[in-house]
Design a protein around this ligand. Structure first.
Ligand SMILES: CC(C)(COP(=O)(O)OP(=O)(O)OC[C@H]1O[C@@H](n2cnc3c(N)ncnc32)[C@H](O)[C@@H]1OP(=O)(O)O)[C@@H](O)C(=O)NCCC(=O)NCCS
Length: 187
């Protein structure tokens, strides 16, 4: 069992203050930290071993193998307009990832995936709260999210976190949340 998952190499601007232990509802702990370029192999493994339904729910398409450039883009972040947190079990396995990508000044789209065996334990909620804190500090004023209309789990999670959900946008549903202008985030 490892006790630290801090990255060996920290890119410029790496916000170490977002490294944290999170206790799950069943009493286990996971270590969450900002994603770094060296996480690309971990992310590739996670995507390759995820079930088809999860890939559909996250990417709205059948599983595909991401090439090196796509993986690198997902892991090489400026921690400002593009930010992501990954969570690891004490065995070192990736168990969840949340990210935001700014789509226009002050607005960012969020995405979240928790490994099937780790769902329903509050991880998605905790990571999204942390992501929101990072976003507010970096001047993001609105979060948006797209999800498949039958995805009750993400709709409930977003609704719990104060998003207005269920706005239909073609084949997908849309949710949005105005973030606190005074930097206060409800955890
Ligand atoms: C959506 C997802 C991220 C939720 O993560 P999670 O860690 O299981 O969520 P939490 O444990 O924090 O649950 C938060 C709330 O969501 C709701 N929820 C969770 N799973 C649910 C389910 N299967 N059905 C209905 N509501 C559900 C509950 O209201 C829960 O609150 P509660 O525990 O107080 O009842 C996870 O199911 C997932 O990874 N799905 C596949 C990827 C995906 O759909 N991403 C969204 C598109 S970006």
């Amino acid at each position: 069992m490892r006790t630290s998952f801090a990255p060996n190499r920290r890119p410029a601007g790496y916000p170490a203050e977002f490294e944290q232990w999170i206790e799950t509802a069943d009493g286990r702990t996971v270590f969450a930290r900002p994603v770094v370029p060296d996480d690309a192999p971990m992310l590739q493994r996670e995507i390759e071993t995820a079930d088809t339904e999860t890939i559909y729910q996250r990417f709205f398409r059948a599983p595909v193998r991401l090439d090196a450039a796509q993986l690198d883009r997902l892991c090489r972040l400026d921690y400002d307009t593009r930010f992501a947190l990954a969570a690891f079990s004490t065995d070192g396995d990736g168990v969840a990832i949340v990210r935001y990508e700014s789509t226009e000044p002050g607005v960012a789209e969020v995405a979240v995936v928790v490994r099937k065996e780790w769902r329903g334990l509050g991880l998605g909620t905790a990571l999204l709260a942390s992501l929101e804190e990072a976003a507010v500090e970096r001047g993001i004023r609105r979060f948006t999210a797209y999800y498949l209309p039958d995805n009750a789990a993400i709709e409930a999670l977003l609704s719990d976190r104060g998003f207005t959900t269920g706005i239909r946008d073609g084949e997908v549903s849309f949710a949005e949340k105005d973030l606190s202008p005074d930097g206060y985030v409800e955890i």
